[in-house]
Design a binder for this molecule. Structure first.
Ligand code: KDG
Ligand code: MG
Length: 402
């Protein structure tokens, strides 16, 4: 079998997505997500201009060899654009391998290690009282874990607070919109939200919170300590993680578990965090960390150090990524949680899939391969729309991490 064609499909059904579809000479096809929020066209060009020509004529069964060819062969290693492009190829080749074998991909990864993939949803609202209604909505749907984000008094907008129920989309303008941030206001407010939510919903519900890279290590240590009585499952991205040793300082002061990794691309980005046990959950994803092959390597390293998976699953990761993530999640021994933000109806229509939500779990498809596809004719009805993630400034105008 040989790769005969590979198409890069850019579309915007509800938001922008980049998808790679690989076609073999025997008519078997595979799909991979290549979406990098706000930088979609860079990956589309990387694939179309530099990767696709080298794929034609290759054996689609050689997944590892193709991964190494694209990683070592580019000379310029790592980075989100390169690793997202490699991820798309890797994911599509696993899809093809599953279809050729007549098995869902999780069977090729060792089979089930659990009955379902526990997911967490996003409850967000402008204030504490209204977020209680949103948490209740998820509990009613059967969710066992809920991420809680609220507005911060004195700030007009805050990361993670959606405009509509059960939907959140931060990439909102061609040129980045600007938000204002105050660490002081945030730290004064957030512990009281979790006190109220824990009080209302009791000890059984798993609660999570995303700090979105906005604190310094000592500020994060203080937040972690203030949140300890409310028993969070994790505090996510407390600080920007380029300085991995900075997590030692957070660890010294708090037992609130830490989850990091949605912006990481390789095992090298999380090596110190994992091997020094500075985090509890590693949140790298199929689409941004080199596909199923490389993400499994990261999770295997994590398993040696009692670190569990907690893959990113926001709406900018397409149903193709979610389908792939579920095959990995169900098979690995050290699964923790999977983020699950529901896609819009338009997105779901363009990416027909057979994974399903049931009582707080997502269940991977039983179809051969990944169990997801792209309807190319429908995708063509939703052309790309420039959209960037916002930027963030402190109240005095200083640029800050968003
Ligand atoms: O593209 C960026 C979003 O996916 C990110 O802001 C969402 O932090 C996020 C999360 O945890 O889902
Ligand atoms: Mg996050």
């Amino acid at each position: 079998m040989k790769i005969e064609d590979a198409r890069v499909i850019v579309c915007s059904p509800g938001r922008n997505f980049v998808t790679l579809k690989i076609v073999t000479d025997e008519g078997v096809t595979g799909v991979g997500d290549a979406t990098l929020n706000g930088r979609e066209l860079a990956v589309a060009s990387y694939l179309a201009d530099h990767v696709v020509p080298a794929l034609i004529g290759r054996d689609p069964g050689r997944i590892e060899d193709t991964w190494q060819y694209l990683y070592k062969g580019s000379y310029w290693r790592r980075g989100p654009v390169t690793m997202t492009a490699i991820a798309a190829v890797d994911t599509a080749l696993w899809d093809i391998k599953g279809k050729v074998a007549g098995l869902p991909v999780y069977q090729l990864l060792g089979g089930r290690s659990r009955e379902g993939v526990t997911v967490y949803g996003h409850a967000s609202a402008p204030d504490t009282e209204s977020v209680l209604t949103e948490v209740a909505r998820y509990v009613e749907l059967g969710y066992k874990a809920v991420r809680v984000q609220t507005g911060v008094p004195g700030l007009q907008t805050t990361y993670g607070v959606g405009r509509g129920r059960m939907f959140y989309e931060p990439a909102d303008a061609a040129v980045p919109s600007e938000a204002t941030w105050s660490t002081e206001r945030y730290l004064a407010h957030t512990p009281s939200v979790f006190a109220r939510v824990r009080d209302e919903f009791g000890p059984g519900l798993r609660l999570l919170h995303d700090v979105h890279h906005r604190l310094t290590p000592i500020e994060a240590a203080r937040l972690g300590r203030d949140l300890e009585p409310h028993r969070l499952t994790w505090m996510e991205d407390p600080v920007p993680a380029e300085l991995q040793e900075g997590f030692r300082l957070i660890r010294r002061h708090t037992t609130t578990p830490i989850a990091v990794g949605e912006v990481f691309n390789t095992v090298w980005d999380c090596q110190q965090l994992i091997t020094e046990q500075l985090v509890d959950y590693i949140r790298t994803t199929v689409v941004h960390a080199g596909g199923i092959s490389h993400l499994r390597r990261i999770f295997d390293l994590a398993a040696l150090y009692h670190v569990r998976s907690g893959s990113h699953g926001a709406t900018d990761l397409s149903p193709v990524c979610m389908a792939a993530a579920l095959h990995l999640d169900i098979s690995i021994p050290n699964f923790g949680l999977q983020e699950y933000m529901r896609h819009t109806e338009e997105t779901d229509a363009v990416f027909p899939h057979s994974y399903r939500f049931e009582d707080g779990y997502l269940l991977p498809s039983e179809s051969p391969g990944l169990g997801v596809d792209i309807d190319e004719a429908l995708a063509a009805e939703y052309p790309y729309k420039p959209a960037s993630l916002p930027v963030n400034r402190l109240e005095d105008g200083t640029m800050h991490s968003w």
